[in-house]
Design a protein around this ligand. Structure first.
Ligand code: NAP
Length: 319
């Protein structure tokens, strides 16, 4: 890494929760510097020493790579504008996650493709944790595809972004706990299904129910996995250890289950398992925890950027 000439990075949407996290992480990155950061209503303000400019005024040419934390639907247009100027890009919105024009940037799974990509679609926060938990089991043929995999997930309120919304006010959220998007129609489901099929050969059904947890950041997913054959906890942990033993950003717990304190402010997914007693057909409970703003968004984007630029993969990150 050449610390004397850091790579200039452009940040789109630098005033949002994810954009602010990008700027926080980039401020401590030894091989990158912020060329510009944009905002809409917060244009003119500063974050981490960077003045936020309107997106129309963004000096795109100054950046070598652009990270976009714009809302989906808005992001694609500006990412394409940057690509038109020959810039590489990581898009953190959902706009390219199902597109053949982008590499899906689940770093631990698609690292070689990320390295040579011009456009990386950063995965969603819920999918990052669920996919890293499910893919090793799917690849071993351990998931019974005739039964549903059930994912019950709870996210802190920053997962909904910084836009004002009445049902996200402190008075509505504090000391409460509720499901939302019940009925298996959450927008992350197509991304989950497509990636499990492509990377894990799993084409069975998923039932995904998100919940709103009254904390700022962090996601905990309880994943109920129907198995083709019974395995005990040590065997399951061994499967994860084989896959992730050398991965700096995946923590496999042994004889313990993760909680949010294992992951907040860290670029990591923590995975723990429990064998399921008192059922007639074999099943495993997998618990996965992630910081939605770090490994679920800004941290993984920087991990992908590092891979794209040939920098050490965890530069600027605490895993
Ligand atoms: N929050 C998460 O945990 C999470 C996790 C993974 C992926 N993501 C994805 O990351 C992206 C950003 O999420 P977020 O939670 O940071 O959202 P956010 O807090 O609502 O921030 C959105 C950003 O985009 C800017 N913006 C909004 N509308 C714009 C427009 N029409 N033109 C130009 N700029 C505009 C906002 O500027 P102002 O605030 O200055 O108006 C802000 O900087 C989204 O696509 C989201 O789906 C979020």
């Amino acid at each position: 890494m050449n610390i004397n000439s850091p790579v200039p990075v452009g940040v789109l949407g630098g005033s949002g929760y994810v954009g602010q996290e990008l700027l926080r992480l980039l401020a401590g990155h030894p091989g990158a510097s912020v060329a510009f950061a944009t905002a809409e209503s917060a244009a003119g303000e500063r974050r981490d020493g960077v003045g936020l400019v309107r997106i129309e005024d963004a000096p795109l040419a100054r950046a070598e790579i652009v990270l976009s934390a714009l809302p989906h639907g808005v992001s694609a247009r500006y990412v394409q504008e940057a690509r038109g100027l020959g810039k590489r890009a990581v898009d953190l919105s959902a706009d390219f996650r199902l597109s053949p024009d982008a590499v899906y940037g689940l770093t631990e799974v698609t690292r070689p493709q990320v390295a040579t990509a011009d456009l990386v679609a950063n995965p969603g926060c819920y999918p990052t944790a669920a996919l890293l938990a499910l893919l090793p089991l799917a690849r071993e043929g351990l998931i019974d595809q005739s039964r549903e995999v059930v994912i019950d997930a709870a996210s802190g309120v920053t997962g909904a972004g910084r836009t004002l919304a009445r049902d996200l006010l402190f008075g509505e959220v504090a000391e409460d706990f509720r499901a939302y998007a019940a009925g298996n129609e959450h927008r992350h489901l197509p991304e989950l299904k497509a990636t499990l099929a492509r990377e894990g050969g799993f084409t069975g059904d998923l039932v995904f129910t998100p919940h709103l947890l009254p904390v700022k950041r962090g996601i905990l997913e309880t994943i109920h996995v129907p198995l083709t054959r019974a395995i005990d906890r040590a065997t399951a942990e061994g499967i994860y250890e084989t896959v992730y033993g050398n991965e700096p950003c995946v923590a496999v717990l042994h004889g313990a289950l993760p909680s949010l304190k294992d992951v907040v402010y860290r670029n990591r997914v923590a995975i723990g398992v429990a064998a399921v007693a008192n059922v007639r057909r074999p099943r495993l409970t997998v618990i996965a925890a992630i910081d939605n703003l770090v490994k679920g968004a800004a941290g993984q984007a920087i991990q992908n950027m590092n891979v794209m630029l040939g920098l050490p993969e965890t530069a600027g990150l605490t895993c």
